[in-house]
Design a binder for this molecule. Sequence first.
Ligand SMILES: [Zn+2]
Length: 122
Amino acid sequence: MNVAVCVGCGETKEGAFTPCDECGLDPARAGTDRMLQARSLLLSERFHSERELLALGRKIHLGEAVPYDTAKLAELVEELKTRKLPIVSSSGPGCSILTWGILGMMGTLAAGLGWLWWSARG
Ligand SMILES: [Zn+2]
């Protein structure tokens, strides 16, 4: 269980980069907005206990300023720049379509070769 808090509305959610059910904020889709992703990551179980996260979420919900650790944020932005995001490295639907496409092509090729072999034999 990886509890995180939405930086937009303070709703508790599963995973720092998952879209928020409450306000629809999707840090993964923000693309190059590393600061938003870093803030999302900072408000996850990686840095806070679930209890702390709930308290932070309540603050955001009430519109209070959340004391982000700016040094940590800068560090995370760097990390996000240099390293692949966890969400990007996991295989998306596009990746599986490509895999299946290649598998399908190989299957067709194998069938074609089999037919050639069969017809050459006779
Ligand atoms: Zn939200």
